[in-house]
Write a protein that binds this ligand. Sequence first.
Ligand SMILES: *[C@@H]1O[C@H](CO)[C@@H](O)[C@H](O)[C@H]1NC(C)=O
Ligand SMILES: *[C@@H]1O[C@H](CO)[C@@H](O)[C@H](O)[C@H]1NC(C)=O
Ligand SMILES: *[C@@H]1O[C@H](CO)[C@@H](O)[C@H](O)[C@H]1NC(C)=O
Length: 426
Amino acid sequence: MFPAKPTSRSILFTATIFFLLIFTIYVTANEDPTVETDNEGVDSDLQELIAIDEQGGGGGEEQQQGDQQKEAEVLSKAQRIVLELNSDNARRVIDQNEFVLILGYAPWCARSAELMPQFAEAANKLKDLGSPVLMAKLDAERYPKVASTLGIKGFPTLLLFVNGTSQVYTGGFSGEDIVIWARKKTGLPVIRISSSVEAEDFQKKYHLFVLGLFDKFEGHDYEEFIKAATTDNEIQFVEVSSSSVAKILFPNINATDHFIGIVKSEPEKYIAYGGIFEKDTILQFLEYNKFPLVTILTELNSARVYSSPFKLQVIVFADSDDFKNLIQPLQEVARKFISKIMFVYIDIADENQAKPFLTLLGIEDSENTVVSAFDSRMSSKYLLESNPTPSNMEEFCSRLLHGTLSPYFKSQPIPDNVSIILLTVN
Ligand SMILES: *[C@@H]1O[C@H](CO)[C@@H](O)[C@H](O)[C@H]1NC(C)=O
Ligand SMILES: *[C@@H]1O[C@H](CO)[C@@H](O)[C@H](O)[C@H]1NC(C)=O
Ligand SMILES: *[C@@H]1O[C@H](CO)[C@@H](O)[C@H](O)[C@H]1NC(C)=O
């Protein structure tokens, strides 16, 4: 059960705290890679990684030895593809290569350690794909002078140097995300598919992609598609000129040319684009349609989730066992509110992700499933105070959409500096 509803305070306060929270989380998640992390002590994962990194050797545990050893081997091979920069070679490497993607790290930084294997995996894949990007890493603690001339201010930092000039990394943080981003920004924003075999092969590898069907790869519409592909930071785009090949990737295409659609790995697999062929409208369509029916919030995707343009969000907190029973009915409900409400699941046991919201709702000690909603148009928050049955959830969402829910208030002292922060946010 939830604690009794506290008496209401001003809606402004709620709004303020809500924006403050969202903003804080967004900024934290977004800027973490360039912000120095405290030295929280070198944990064992990190030690293992550094060992693999330095010796190129395996570091498998006794259990699951097979798997771990294999992983470690792949990792160590990949890490040898990543060039280690130092004060002698850094400038030369950057000046003599058209594209250099650099990971600035510190050996004690846990987030660097998490990113390292993803970076190495990306290096491996990019090499296999024949990409011109040179992948390099710099121990910014050992070579602080080099780090500072390159513009590496925190750990980990990813920078892409194009003909010696750096640009900030704006992609995701899995190996696949890094590959997609690096290819987009180095002249290969789109993969061209010309046969059924290639299409089937592609389909096995990618769980999320944008398909463009164009009878000719030229003209205004096609150029806008390419601009969208280059500007987007995370989704692989493919282009096809044959409608029979396109039908493998997107079965019920009716158009024979000038078609764009997004393909996802869930029941709502295919969504056709119906707007005009302009970069910004294509990108907006993707913003509203790239998320699954229910997004499971993790550290990796939180920045993307918080920056989504959805004004209405339903956030469900439950432990992972309860969620197994809840996911299907929740997806059923979500299907009825596609591109209107964003549905997010947060593991209630995940302190970092769940706690700030639960505290905001005044139910930080709740162990039961919580269904909450946020409306950033009205800066309001809501709580489903009946059992989360499919029909209760659907009614809750429907009233959220129509603005007829009663906001949920919680009292809390207002810090003096909140309004100042708000001014700088907006
Ligand atoms: C980098 O410089 C080379 C040589 O001047 C030039 O041919 C190439 O187009 C440049 N690359 C980019 C992405 O600007
Ligand atoms: C193609 O046409 C069929 C029948 O009219 C329709 O059901 C389907 O949604 C259309 N597909 C797309 C991608 O528009
Ligand atoms: C706001 O004030 C609190 C309490 O004095 C302080 O801990 C916090 O750092 C301040 N935030 C900003 C952004 O100044």
